[in-house]
Design a protein around this ligand. Sequence first.
Ligand code: 13P
Length: 250
Amino acid sequence: MKYLIANWKMNSVDINVWEQEFVNLVSSQNNFPKSDEVRLIVCLNLYDYTVFSEKIKNSKNEIFNKISLFTQDVSQYDEGAFTGQISSKFLKKVGVEGSIIGHSELRENGDTENIVFEKGFRLNEQGLSNIFCIGENLEILENNKKKPFLLNQLQTFCKDNISPGLLAYEPIWAIGTGKEADSENIASAVSIILDFFENKKIDCPILYGGSVSKSNIEEIISISGIDGCLVGNSSLDGEQFAIIASKIKS
Ligand code: 13P
């Protein structure tokens, strides 16, 4: 099974147009991967949830019917006076399946390793899944500190029965830059993560994120140990996202 995840971030996406573009592309291809070959997830703002989930329910396209909906963040708290935050209880109530946690754009805004762990804990409490993001910045990479940095992120998260549902390696220097990480860098991160998982007996798909597009998806997905991708900019267009999905196969 491969995984392709859209992270729409705080962009406005016209869901009617996105669905049409996606479905048109899928219908135009004879051998678009089946839903048991590629799992598709869209991480949206909760505001868009109702419209998108109705579309999924009513669509006549069976690939579109199988899209899962996640959010991009969740509160680290259970409930209470936390203005503007959304709890895992609310996500559960609405019908969302899980959330991204630890995205670098939130870490830059104050999410520490411990906060990311607490967010994972809250999701777990509600039986929801997580897409746990890790990744180094350019300074860490250039100072050869990538391995201890990634290991610390993994160690702080994987404790007390909490583990990633999906792990996304997203080097900060490759996000939104139009320049994806090179295969060597991705492969070295995969090997660090796999060793860690093996030690901890964790079985979890590993995804790559950072400037993934229809032009580089085949190269990225061919890297040993990579089970899928987390896509930002190129997921805002339904056709582009479907083209990327069409190039991923088990
Ligand atoms: P881009 O694909 O726009 O680089 O974004 C990657 C990302 O942050 C996905 O979570």
